[in-house]
Every structure is written in C-alpha cells, then in structure tokens.
Design a protein around this ligand. Sequence first.
Ligand code: HMG
Ligand code: MG
Length: 286
Amino acid sequence: MSEFVTIFEMGPRDGLQNEKQFVPTELKIQLVDRLSDCGFRKIEVTSFVSPKWVPQMADAQDVMDGIYRHPAVVYSVLTPNVKGYTAARKASADEVAIFGSASEGFSRKNINCSVAESIERFKPLLEKAQHDDMPVRGYVSCVTDCPYDGPTPPEKVADVARQLFELGCYEISLGDTIGAGTPETIGKMLDAVLEHVPASRLAGHFHDTKARALENIEVSLAKGLRIFDAAVGGLGGCPYAPGAKGNVATESVVALVERMGFETGIKSDRLAEVVEFARGLRRTDA
Ligand code: HMG
Ligand code: MG
C-alpha cells in the first residue's frame, strides 16, 4: 500500500482572510460544505480573532453554526488567545490552532506582542485545551523570511517550534508566510527543527508567492514530512504580511504527491469543481 500524505485544507481560513470585500457568510459555508465532500480529513474553517484585526473572519460563529459536519472531517479554527478559544469551544470546533512567529517583527504586527509574550499568552489556552481534550495545532510563521525583519535564523524557528511542541501542541505547522523560501533555506530550516520535533509531528505551510512551493514540498517530503497545508485554487494571503500571496494550490499538491506515488484520499473530480467555485469567490473581490 502506498504511503499517505495528509493535505490540511486552508481555503476557507487562510484563503479568504485577506479578501478585501466581505465574502458573504452563506458562500463561506458553501465552500466548506463542498470541501467536506472531497475527501479531506482536515479543514481549517475560520478564525476566532479580533474582528477589528481581521474583519473578513468576523462571522466565525455563524460559519461554524452553518456548516455541515462530515463525520470523517476534523473542522479546525484559529484561536490567538483564551477569548478565541472559549468562542471556538462554544462553536464546537474539533480542533484549534495557535499561531506564533519565529520573527519579532511579524509577531508584533500580526498578534500585537513579542514572540516571548505570545508563548506566555498561549499557555493558559493550552492548559484549558488539555483539560478539555481539545487538540491544539501550533503554527510558526516566517520560517525562512519575515516581511519586516528579513531572513529568519533556522535556530530561532527550531526554538519556537520546540517550545510550542513541549507545551502540548500535537503538531507544528511551519509557515513560509510570504512564500520567500527556497529548497535550500527550507531544507536548512527543517534540519534545525528536526533536531527537536520529529517529522511525523511537522507540517509544511507554504505560500506560493515565488512559485517555489511545490519544490519546497519536495524537499520537505525528502526530510520525512507527510502533512501539508494548501488552499483550493491557491486562494489566500495574510493581511499582516505585505506581499504574501495565496497558499500553494491544493490541486497542485494533490497532483504532485500522487505523481510521486503517495495517496491523499482526495477525489480529484470533486476538487476540480470546488476550484471553480473558489475562483468565483475571488471574483467577488474584483
Ligand atoms: P490586541 O488588540 O492586542 O488584543 O490584539 P486585546 O486583548 O488588547 O483586545 C483588543 C480588543 O480585541 C478587545 O475588544 C478584545 O475584546 C478583542 P474591545 O474591548 O476593543 O472592543 N479581542 C477579541 N475579539 C474576538 N476574538 C478574540 C479576541 N481577542 C481580543 N479572540 C489579538 C491581539 C491577538 C486579539 C489581535 O492581534 C488579533 O486578533 N490578531 C489576529 C491576526 C490574524 O488573524 N492574522 C491572520 C492569521 S495568522 C496567518 O495567516 C499565518 C498562518 O497562515 C501561517 C503562515 O502563513 O505563516 C497561520
Ligand atoms: Mg498562511
């Protein structure tokens, strides 16, 4: 039997959070429901963040209330603090994700605190989650380059990843937030992180600004990673990372890894229909 690669679908959250025009809640719900039929095991639905910071995600509760819950899918949400965690619990999220950064500049712009302060802020959230048996995923952003601070030292990424892992995150997603990573810088960064966190607990989260995401996935596969974040139709960008384009397109990742002999469980014909739908959502921003 072939080896499995898990694709964590980011379209509804990372894909839509940066759209300038508000995407109607009903369309967000439709996007999630259509994705639920494609064979994904994990979908990141929305963010319980400050609506002043990310207005596009202000309807998080309504989206969670409106989606169909496919029994085989884990529906995850972003939670930056205990307030977001409490809201996520109320919305019956299956899983939450905290998001830190390996660079100080992005941490301040994105979550309004230093890297060290962010870790302190995550601790009470992680304690509550442990008590509730709620799985917590941890993101580390700017793993090779930061839009404010320049190149990120691999040791810094390893240090933040280790701290989040030791605090109880079941998986660490390594974010090339602005898509500036190359196979060389991603490879060096992974070597540093792998000294502290096993490959089975790492995910690659690549934005495709410079069209290197697929190469970066190949390097990550060679280092043992088997979980990749991607957004249908390549939707996306981060409001606090100028120049960040969309996540690597899910359909491209499926094609790449299946060509390499991995299984994904994704139904490509259904996915192709959602790609069209997702492109239509983008047109609302034209
Ligand atoms: P702050 O202003 O320092 O927070 O923001 P605060 O605690 O002082 O609260 C300020 C106001 O926000 C208060 O309301 C709070 O109640 C409210 P007010 O009294 O002024 O009316 N508030 C909240 N409201 C709803 N939900 C919450 C929440 N928390 C506070 N959870 C904060 C700090 C973290 C809240 C803010 O900076 C924030 O929400 N940031 C989110 C930024 C974001 O979502 N960025 C995009 C996601 S990260 C990403 O895309 C990268 C990733 O894809 C990986 C990669 O690519 O690298 C994951
Ligand atoms: Mg991202």
